[in-house]
Design a protein around this ligand. Structure first.
Ligand SMILES: NC(=O)c1ccc[n+]([C@@H]2O[C@H](COP(=O)([O-])OP(=O)(O)OC[C@H]3O[C@@H](n4cnc5c(N)ncnc54)[C@H](OP(=O)(O)O)[C@@H]3O)[C@@H](O)[C@H]2O)c1
Length: 333
């Protein structure tokens, strides 16, 4: 039964450009038009949500707004024959949580083309343990495998490893038998990184070349990068011959200070990862892998469950680089 009101985190913009975060009662009738109404059971916190919740107009143009680029729940209504009330589903990417009211509310209404049936091997909570961060990690692992980076070829470097994308990438790669070197965070999180599967811990200083040389000692068979800037450049310059680097984020910087030598003298491949516009067939294939062959344990140290009320503080922690792993938001109550 569809209720008339539900709870949501709403960001409002004040006259002096402050962004207030409040839990409000919203009406289902206020949701945008769409094919599928979903009762959200779980969401999760991603870097993009922290930006949306703090007034980043590159992510969210207009306020008031409910962020949440991730949602997993049960179909409440559907005008599309592919979905029936009662179906468990995942909705991530596209415009969810950016300029469309997102998963930090107990209901969302979205186009049917955004909806992924929950794979059999996952609960709604596990799906949000991955969320966009884990899905992006999955896309990155996919690219390493697609480009023939195999465990026997050598170590794989993961940057931003203490964060959402990085933590899940470390855990999946380790499950698949890769030797993972993980770049530590601002705060020492070696114990955490070892516990989720890293074989070697690299400090941010070690991961950042200061010599400015165009090529560095070959060290890595592959790399999954979530931070960009000098750390990504250092990884590109330190690849083995035919090594593969994926790039998905700019947590440190959007710049990439490299020249062509790693590409023309070592055959390095740099692969861009865009989870938002990933075509549906590859999206379904990746969720299937995450639910089965690549499924990782999600201990509380890596995936912590929080409530809507906790988001305000978690968002600040994420913006201040104090967040670790993944936060799953329980919206069942
Ligand atoms: N392309 C896509 O489809 C896609 C999808 C998902 C995410 N992303 C992007 O990927 C990035 C990571 O997202 P996330 O959800 O994993 O965020 P997150 O949980 O906040 O993790 C960010 C990670 O980056 C590290 N970091 C932050 N600033 C840094 C700096 N100046 N130097 C070195 N390391 C730094 C953090 O380390 P500390 O422990 O030191 O804080 C942490 O490990 C973001 O830029 C996000 O927008 C892109």
């Amino acid at each position: 039964m569809k209720p008339t009101t539900f709870r949501a985190l709403v960001i409002t913009e004040t006259e002096n450009k402050q962004y207030l975060r409040q839990i409000q009662d919203k009406s289902v009738d206020d949701l945008p038009a769409g094919d599928v109404l979903v009762r959200v059971h779980f969401s999760s916190l991603n870097y993009k949500d922290a930006l949306s919740a703090s007034g980043n107009k590159g992510v969210t143009r207009n306020y008031p707004h409910t962020p949440g680029i991730d949602a997993a729940g049960i179909v409440a209504e559907s005008s599309d024959p592919r979905f029936t009330p009662g179906d468990p589903v995942i909705v991530t990417s596209y415009d969810l949580g950016m300029n469309t009211a997102g998963g930090f509310g107990q209901y969302i209404r979205v186009p049917a083309g955004w909806v992924v049936p929950l794979p059999k091997g996952l609960t709604l909570r596990e799906a949000m343990g991955y969320g966009t961060a884990g899905f992006t990690a999955g896309l990155s692992v996919f690219q390493l495998i697609r480009h023939d980076v195999l465990p026997e070829h050598g170590e794989v470097l993961v940057s931003g490893a203490t964060g959402g994308v990085g933590s899940i990438a470390v855990a999946i790669l380790s499950k698949l038998g890769y030797a993972v070197a993980a770049v530590n965070g601002k705060v020492d999180r070696s114990d955490y990184l070892n516990a989720i599967g890293a074989k070697r811990i690299i400090s941010i200083d070690e991961a950042t070349d200061k010599s400015g040389r165009p090529l560095l000692k070959s060290q890595w068979a592959g790399s999954i990068d979530a931070v960009g800037g000098d750390i990504l450049a250092t990884a590109v310059k330190s690849m083995n011959a035919n090594g593969v680097v994926t790039t998905c984020g700019n947590a440190a910087s959007p710049e990439l200070p490299v020249n062509v030598y790693p590409f023309i003298l070592r055959g390095v491949t740099l692969v861009g990862i865009d989870s938002q516009n990933c075509p549906m067939p590859h999206r379904l294939e990746t969720w299937e892998k995450l639910s089965d062959e690549w499924k990782i344990p999600m201990p509380e140290t890596m995936v912590e469950e929080i409530r809507l009320e906790d988001l305000d503080q978690r968002i600040d922690r994420m913006l201040n680089r104090q967040h670790k792993g993944r936060s799953v938001v329980n919206l069942t109550n």
